[in-house]
Design a protein around this ligand. Structure first.
Ligand code: PGA
Length: 252
């Protein structure tokens, strides 16, 4: 039985005081206590250290939204895996579609980032997903296959076991237009079958595959009830404690 994992990707939202308020509301709610579902919060870099202090003693984990693949050096504006570890991060989102499109990150760069994260014992939340144009041209499975194969290039099966996959159809992100449970399940099953073919049944049976893209309190239960959907990566709806808490509750 796979654990459900719900992660909140705050994106470029919440300054330090707003971060403190949101974390306090979440950790003082019912979900901060005895929930089976694993909860990960991914605030902006500037709130990570404070978030780590606030989350001490809770079961809520901390993640970052991005990192660079080099260890250190002349890379103005970038943050390394080691730096994220030093402020308490256990997870890092890699390959989010906003990074792929706005910041032109290729599968090759994403592969380097996955390797650097794993080398530093950070667990990646590895995002993959097709655009609307790709879906309409019936390219969904080709795109997903390429993103998985190229993203995981040269990683061993034991390294891949530490990755959380997140299927996020780009056309569903921030648009209010979620994939239907059927559409999402179909791609999740495809990813699981691909991992079985490329690696093993053990990996495919145990890997966590979250769904992301307009997950809200009113569609979360149905999505997460699908056999191959193991939780959610939530953007817009994680910025308010009440809606994020409801989504976590529906994963239980
Ligand atoms: P959304 O974002 O929930 O606002 O669609 C999800 C994501 O980008 O991870």
């Amino acid at each position: 039985m796979r654990t459900k994992i719900v992660a909140g990707n705050w994106k470029m939202n919440n300054d330090l005081s707003a971060s403190i308020n949101l974390i306090s509301e979440i950790k003082n709610s019912s979900i901060g206590k005895n929930f089976k579902t694993k909860i990960i919060l991914c605030p902006p870099f500037t709130s990570l250290e404070t978030a780590n202090a606030l989350l001490k003693g809770t079961k809520i984990s901390l993640g970052a939204q991005n990192m660079y693949y080099e260890e250190n050096g002349a890379y103005t504006g970038e943050i390394s895996a080691k730096m994220l570890k030093s402020v308490g991060c256990e997870f890092v989102i890699i390959g989010h579609s906003e990074r792929r499109t706005i910041f032109e990150e290729s599968d090759e760069i994403i592969n380097l980032k996955l390797k650097a994260a794993l080398k530093n014992n950070l667990k990646p939340i590895f995002c993959i997903g097709e655009t609307l144009e790709e879906r309409e041209k019936d390219k969904t499975f080709d795109v997903i296959r390429r993103q998985v194969i190229d993203g995981l290039k040269d990683l061993s099966e034991s390294e891949i076991q530490n990755i959380i996959f997140a299927y996020e159809p780009v056309w569903a992100i921030g648009t209010g237009k979620n994939a239907t449970p059927y559409q999402a399940q179909e791609v999740h099953k495809f990813i699981r079958d691909l991992l079985q073919k490329e690696y093993s049944t053990y990996l495919s049976d145990n890997i966590i595959i979250q769904y992301g893209g307009s997950v809200k309190p009113d569609n979360a239960s149905e999505l997460m009830a699908q056999p191959d959907i193991d939780g959610a990566l939530v953007g817009g709806a994680c910025l308010r404690s009440d809606s994020f808490i409801k989504i976590v509750e529906s994963a239980e």
